[in-house]
Design a binder for this molecule. Structure first.
Ligand SMILES: *Cc1c(COP(=O)(O)O)cnc(C)c1O
Length: 230
């Protein structure tokens, strides 16, 4: 069943790329495996997927030793500074940096581990009170400040669009985030390369691809419904 789900997602991704004149290789599919057992992750791994997303640091820590070493683990959820130690040498990227305080703590941990952590800045494009993320108008200032820290490399923006039945309603947020990314990229800030837009989930990834997503994060569409909300 998972294989069919993945094939359906892959077909939709390919069609969205074709519609918008983009190369399939320019959009990375991240399979969001939060709450799902390693057996299911392995099934998707066997189909060739290497990028998996988790939103709890402990889940990356626990799944990491049970699965192949060439998996790239993306930390996509809200991150508390005291949990950075679980993922600093396991995650390939942290998508959810939304404060200087967090950037600073990641920087310290990265320096201690002699590595450079790629990060994205999470932006709350729709201004939802329930969501984390920095306001669009504060994004550049945070990037300028965080770019001076050692051990991290800023590579773009991430957003979680509002939950909606109609993905077209989120098109405006994806479009505005792409514009924000271009505007900040044009400032040529040292140690910043705004090459990634992590946007689009099961309900809206096709629209996100049409609006320029370079990374989509698909959970339910591949693994099915989660048994408890996270
Ligand atoms: C759970 C989650 C996803 C995937 O959500 P689906 O709707 O199941 O595809 C994507 N991004 C983040 C940050 C998540 O927490």
């Amino acid at each position: 069943m998972l294989r069919e789900n993945l094939k359906d997602v892959e077909d939709r991704v390919a069609r969205a790329c074709a519609r918008s004149g983009r190369n399939r290789d320019d959009v990375l599919l991240i399979a969001v495996s939060k709450t799902k057992p390693v057996e299911m992750i392995d099934e998707i791994y066997q189909e060739g997927v290497r990028d998996f997303g988790e939103n709890h640091p402990q889940e990356i820590r626990d799944k990491f030793p049970q699965l192949p070493e060439d998996i790239r683990w993306h930390m996509i959820g809200h991150l508390q500074t005291n949990k950075i130690k679980y993922i600093i040498d396991r995650a390939c990227m942290i998508h959810s940096v939304d404060s200087f305080h967090l950037a600073e703590a990641i920087s310290k941990a990265a320096v201690k581990n002699s590595l450079i952590m790629p990060v994205l800045i999470e932006v709350n494009m729709a201004g939802e009170a329930s969501k984390s993320g920095v306001a669009p108008e504060d994004t550049e200032a945070l990037i300028r400040q965080a770019a001076q820290l050692p051990g991290i490399h800023i590579e773009g923006l991430m957003t979680i669009a509002p939950y909606t039945e109609n993905p077209e309603e989120n098109r405006i947020y994806f479009r505005e985030m792409k514009k924000l990314n271009i505007d900040i990229g044009a400032k040529n800030i040292d140690n910043v390369n705004m090459c990634h837009l992590s946007m689009g989930m099961t309900g809206d990834y096709e629209v996100a691809i049409e609006e320029g997503a370079t990374m989509i994060r698909v959970g339910t569409g591949i693994f099915g419904e989660r048994s408890y909300a996270r």
